[in-house]
Design a protein around this ligand. Structure first.
Ligand code: ZN
Length: 406
């Protein structure tokens, strides 16, 4: 059981610095007096804390606004260019990297692809190339690099920064990735499951910027998900919380890789939909990819072909069942649907919303927000930078002390 810990003076100061920087972020522009009103801290305390954040380079003054009575007030804002952060997305067919500032604005990107099923030498080689290229870009800008965030196929151990055995990914099996990257680049590294980093991306920069809790579900080759509570990822005791792809939606269904039976992923991932379409004879396409089968199924669904309508309606009902269970489990402000299936057939978001509303507690039906992902296929890399930005906002001094400088 975790020990209860007290707070010494340094802890309290760090907490207050965090409160001030997060309040400035939320307000975008705010005066010292308003900060004192917002936070309940005294004016002198706010003055000292702001001075320290200005000294660290994280906050800057925006000039002053004249008031009808009294002194003009100076507005404060975050200095978005004061730090740099690298976000990496590792996929089964390549690595994508983005160098961004505190606001998530991309400064440089890098991408290397490899064949699915590649060995660890090739996968790690691509990863080093992408990080190397983005590193070169950081040196041109001089601002401290607060670290490298990585979104990777899971399962993962977040605390140890280890990737276990992602299915269909021989190039990344039982790898202590955080340790490898920190040794090689001497920069802090944090990682998480790619669907979770995508959830963070949507929460900070995409569809969920105005909510504090959301459930993100990525419907694609697999079905990943992430749950955000109070702007933070909900990870659970063993880093498996919020695995909506492994909710049972068919009690008599097939056994899944996770050990459970009838998981959403066994019925509504792109390979699962293609398998169901092929075995039921709805789509006659043995020699084409799973993605092409699903495209043909969607076309047939649109044109009202009865077999396609039945199969795709069943698929949508499986998804609806899982979304309703997710809402009843986590009661989020918003559900964000993303991934290749949603990009293939964006209209499905409206259909899912209507069916979910018909199955949810009636008193929340009008409040339900079920929307499409706004960030597209590179959400995970952008979300991975949030793993570092959150640390900056909650522990600004320690995060800057650990940063790489030139
Ligand atoms: Zn499962």
């Amino acid at each position: 059981m975790a020990k209860l810990k007290g707070h010494n003076a340094a802890d309290i100061k760090n907490r207050n610095l965090s409160v001030i920087i997060r309040t400035i972020k939320k307000a975008e522009m705010i005066s010292r007096t308003e900060l004192a009103d917002e936070t309940g801290l005294s004016n002198p305390a706010v003055g000292n804390l702001v001075a320290e954040l200005v000294q660290l380079g994280l906050v800057r003054e925006m000039g002053s606004v004249n008031q009808p009575v009294g002194r003009s007030r100076v507005l404060l804002t975050l200095n978005d260019e004061s730090v740099q952060v690298i976000g990496i997305e590792i996929a089964r067919n390549g690595v994508y990297g983005v160098l961004a500032d505190m606001k998530g604005t991309p400064i440089a990107t890098s991408e290397k692809s490899f064949a699915p099923g590649s060995t660890s030498d090739i996968v790690l080689g691509a990863l080093y190339e992408v990080i190397g290229e983005t590193f070169t870009s950081t040196k041109q800008r001089k601002a401290p690099l607060i670290g490298i965030g990585i979104g990777t196929p899971g399962p993962v151990n977040v605390e140890k920064g280890k990737v276990f055995e992602p299915p269909n990914f021989p190039g990344l099996q039982n790898v202590s990735l955080k340790h490898i990257i920190e040794e090689r680049y001497h920069a802090p590294c944090y990682l998480n499951d790619d669907a979770r980093t995508s959830a963070l991306g949507e929460a900070w920069f995409g569809a969920g910027q105005d909510v504090s809790s959301l459930v993100f579900i990525s419907l694609g080759e697999g079905i990943g998900s992430g749950v955000i509570f109070d702007h933070h990822l909900y990870e659970g005791t063993h880093d498996i919380a919020g695995q909506i792809g492994h909710f049972t939606v068919e009690p008599k269904g097939r056994r899944c890789d996770c050990g459970n039976i009838g998981c959403l992923e066994t019925l509504a991932s792109i390979p699962a939909i293609a398998w169901r379409a092929r075995t039921s004879g709805v789509v006659d396409a043995c020699d084409v990819s799973d993605g092409t089968v699903v495209l043909r199924l969607v076309d047939a669904y649109h044109s009202g072909e009865p077999g396609a309508r039945k199969l795709f309606d069943e698929t949508l009902d499986y998804i609806v069942t899982a979304v309703v269970s997710a809402i009843n489990s986590y009661d989020p402000e918003m559900v964000v649907l993303g991934g290749r299936l949603v990009r293939t057939y964006p209209e499905m978001v409206d259909i899912v919303r209507r069916r979910v509303v018909a199955r949810c507690y009636y008193h929340i039906a009008n409040d339900l927000r079920i929307v499409a992902s706004q960030l597209g296929p590179k959400t995970s890399a952008l979300g991975a930078i949030v793993l570092l930005l959150q640390r900056l906002l909650y522990e600004p001094v320690a995060t800057l002390e650990a940063a790489v400088r030139w």
